[in-house]
Design a protein around this ligand. Structure first.
Ligand SMILES: [Zn+2]
Length: 181
């Protein structure tokens, strides 16, 4: 699946005129059409977005709200969770991105990109996210994660013990490979 790069670069909630810096902005709603994909897979999508107009200099522009709405329309078209739903899923469990990433083994940076709408998860990952929405599934992963950690602790101890025995020279190889005949 192709990457969709959002033009989202404004993280603040207040629109400022990019032309004159004024905060005196009016908003009207407009249908915005945009395309996604290439060749035969190219589709035209549309979304109702806010168009800001500066009262002072009359400059019109679209901001991050419009980008978010377009991104959501694209996710809907692709049949995958939009960013706010992914974030909502994680928040439902009261987990930070780092904690959620640790349990699910998703990359923390990837998760962050999905939540910011910089990148759209593929269908397999979307299915995974869907399953993570069921508490029992996340609980299973939590248990597994805890078990693996406990196992790592054990193996560290075992390795420490093995090291003691391996340090004693006995001249024999620790394992042998079957030879081809
Ligand atoms: Zn202006």
């Amino acid at each position: 699946m192709a990457k969709y790069i959002s033009k989202n670069n404004n993280t603040k909630g207040i629109s400022i005129c990019p032309n004159c810096g004024s905060r005196k902005i009016t908003t009207r709603s407009e249908e915005y059409k945009f395309t996604y994909g290439e060749g035969k897979g190219r589709v035209e999508l549309s979304a109702q977005i806010p168009i800001r107009t500066c009262i002072l200099c009359k400059f019109s522009f679209r901001d991050f709200v419009a980008d978010d709405i377009c991104h959501e329309a694209l996710c809907k078209h692709l049949g995958v969770m939009p960013p706010r739903q992914i974030k909502g899923l994680r928040k439902m469990y009261n987990l930070t991105q780092a904690e959620f990433a640790k349990i699910t083994k998703l990359g923390e940076a990837t998760l962050s990109r999905w939540e910011r709408g910089v990148l759209i998860q593929n269908e397999a990952y979307d299915n995974y996210m869907y399953l993570l929405g069921f508490e029992e599934n996340l609980a299973k992963l939590r248990d597994q994660s805890a078990a693996i950690e406990a196992h790592i602790d054990d193996s560290v101890k075992v390795n420490a013990e093995n090291k003691l025995t391996r340090d004693i020279p006995n001249g024999s190889p620790s394992f042998s490979m079957p030879l081809r005949t």
